[in-house]
Design a protein around this ligand. Structure first.
Ligand code: SF4
Ligand code: SF4
Length: 91
């Protein structure tokens, strides 16, 4: 089973925001780093079990929930979820 790392916070409209990365899906392409308008992703030294470099995440509270990162990731490793959507999924 793939490991995942999750970052969560409240965004500026006080909605619970969660960014999830399926660690073992990542191929280290860096597209998420390039596309994010808020520079939420950056390069890190951390690697997954296949040796690919994982993105680091910072300033998550700045996230616009535009989902560009989710859409561009060729490995479908990223999920950006607002709490309302998450609750809808879990119901
Ligand atoms: S949803 Fe948009 S602002 Fe948030 S991390 Fe992804 S690309 Fe950046
Ligand atoms: S776009 Fe996806 S595969 Fe590429 S570095 Fe980001 S999380 Fe990894």
């Amino acid at each position: 089973m793939s490991k995942e790392f999750i970052f969560s916070t409240m965004n500026k409209t006080n909605k619970a925001l969660l960014i999830k990365i399926e660690e073992d899906f990542c191929k280290g392409c860096g597209y998420c780093i390039e596309i994010c308008p808020k520079k939420i992703f950056s390069e890190s030294a951390k690697r997954n079990k296949r040796g690919y470099t994982l993105p680091a995440i910072q300033n998550i509270e700045e996230c616009l929930c535009c989902k560009k990162c989710e859409l561009i990731c060729p490995e479908m490793a990223i999920s950006v979820i607002l709490r309302e959507e998450r609750e809808a999924v879990e119901e």
